[in-house]
Ligand binder design. Structure first.
Ligand SMILES: Nc1nc2c(ncn2[C@@H]2O[C@H](COP(=O)(O)OP(=O)(O)OP(=O)(O)O)[C@@H](O)[C@H]2O)c(=O)[nH]1
Ligand SMILES: [Mg+2]
Length: 458
């Protein structure tokens, strides 16, 4: 599969300033050379690596000019895939790029599969698997903090840590192999190695502990806005987004479905979820909405529980508070503009939870609310030094958890003085799980799954 030359549109389809057709493989230059007519200078095959050249794309069969382009050749191994790569910068119209791609395919290239360029970069050893996945993390990053963490992954921060742990483990394994192969000469494995094993286990645990924050960076903080009907939940969503996203009305039960929008707060992505007002209802549609609200509460990292300061605390509010008691909650007293200075019940109702009085209508108190959210995000969860690696993918977490199990079982067996071959089996398994992260022990079906997440052209 690595032998054929692949091609695809590398920019999003549709209209744009430019659209780039990318080719990779041993025939990339020869294929592009057949359709490129340079404005000046020699043919494409004589191009300098990493230089742009101007010319026309012409159909070699008919002589028809398709587009005027800038073209670059990047010879392997100094290219994205480590193979010869050609990028054709077309005018960014859907038709021009489609015609150029067609021509390239007709000259012998094959349409790339999703993620195939990056997969080749991995198979050719230019990126390891964690770095290849980071390409997608960078593309999909939704907050500046998330982008920073993804870039660190792309540059090998996580891979470096995994390799360090793996090298340590391999060293211990080598000691076991030697001791098992030559029991007379070598003798039992030194107890010092047990200490090393414990340190490696601590390293794995530290990485696992970063998951909570990593997930936050990649997925965003889920904030559910909940409360009785008509307290102003949708108004709050709109006010925070600064946009009339959800329908607001004075009819209780306006919002029937959950509405989700993202918002950037202090460099973090927050996913704000407006929910249907919580109450007992005989209306079928509304009760479906209420069930969805409950699911949203379940999945939320943070709940903004909205109460109506004008109405004061109601029995229903207390019931709702009880249902969110094991969540992080900010009690949000709304309609402060109607309540005058009468916000006393709020503090007592909130108890240990942080609270703030706002008006979604006038905007009073919204900055303070955003500040509270930031404090909870930054204070409670984000404690990491930026130069420490963190994990952001379920796949990495799962592999590390399995690795940890085997390390625990190896060290327990060691402490009990169990046979060396038993310990070695666990150590092997642990090394394998680390290798799944960087790809050194990843199987074909795993690669298929990972790269099918990419789009064509990446
Ligand atoms: N004066 C005042 N009115 C508000 C404020 N916030 C919301 N309202 C009004 O309260 C009514 C209900 O607002 P919504 O945002 O639709 O309330 P909700 O909680 O989403 O209601 P449901 O979707 O039915 O559960 C509307 O008439 C809003 O204009 C506020 O801070 N001050
Ligand atoms: Mg609503």
């Amino acid at each position: 599969m690595l032998e054929d030359t692949i091609a695809a549109l590398a920019t999003p389809p549709g209209e744009g300033g430019i659209g780039i057709i990318r080719l990779s493989g041993s025939q990339a230059v020869a294929i592009a050379g057949k359709i490129f007519n340079p404005r000046q200078g020699p043919g494409l095959a004589a191009s300098r690596s990493h230089f742009l050249r101007l010319g026309l794309i012409q159909d070699p069969d008919t002589g028809e000019t398709i587009d005027e382009v800038l073209i670059s050749v990047m010879y392997g191994p100094h290219s994205y895939t480590a193979e010869d790569v050609v990028e054709i910068n077309c005018h960014g119209g859907a038709l021009a790029t489609a015609r150029v791609l067609q021509l390239v395919l007709r000259q012998g290239a094959r349409l790339a599969e999703p993620g195939e360029f990056t997969r080749r970069a991995f198979l050719n050893g230019r990126l390891d698997l964690a770095q290849a996945e980071a390409v997608l993390e960078v593309i999909r990053a939704r907050s500046s903090q998330g982008l920073q963490a993804a870039m660190a992954h792309l540059q090998g921060q996580l891979s470096g840590k995994i390799k360090e742990l793996s090298t340590g483990l391999t060293g211990i394994l080598a000691a076991f192999e030697a001791s098992m192969d030559f029991p007379e000469e070598v003798g039992p494995v030194d107890q010092e190695k047990l200490q090393e094993l414990r340190q490696i286990l601590a390293g794995v645990e530290k990485l696992l502990a970063s998951w909570e924050e990593g997930r936050l960076l990649s997925e965003g903080l889920r904030i559910a806005i909940v409360g009785r009907p008509n307290v102003g939940k949708s108004s709050l969503l709109n006010a925070l987004l600064n946009q009339e996203r959800a329908i607001v009305s004075n009819i209780p039960g306006t919002t029937r479905d959950t509405i989700e929008e993202t918002l950037q707060l202090g460099g973090f992505t927050c996913r704000l979820i407006d929910t249907a007002g919580l109450r007992e209802t005989a209306d079928t549609l509304e009760s479906i909405g209420v069930a969805r609200s409950k699911q949203a509460i379940e999945a939320a990292d943070l709940v903004l529980m909205v109460i109506d300061l004008q109405d004061g605390i109601q029995a229903e509010d207390r019931r709702i508070l009880a249902t969110v008691k094991n969540k992080q909650v900010i009690i949000t007293g709304n309609k402060r503009d109607l309540a005058g200075d009468n916000c006393e019940g709020l503090a007592a109702f909130a108890g240990d939870n942080p609270y703030v009085a706002i008006s979604a209508l006038t905007g009073v108190g919204l900055n303070e609310l955003a500040q509270r959210i930031r404090e909870l995000v930054l204070g409670g969860r984000v404690s990491r030094q930026a130069d420490e690696p963190l994990i952001m993918k379920v796949r990495h977490r799962d592999a590390l958890e399995r690795c940890r199990e085997h390390l625990q079982s190896a060290s327990a067996a060691w402490e009990k003085g169990l046979p060396e071959d038993l310990i070695a089996v666990d150590l092997w398994a642990a090394v394998n799980y680390l290798g799944e992260i960087t790809g050194s022990t990843a199987r074909e079906d795993l690669l298929d799954r990972i790269f099918s997440d990419f789009c064509i052209g990446k």
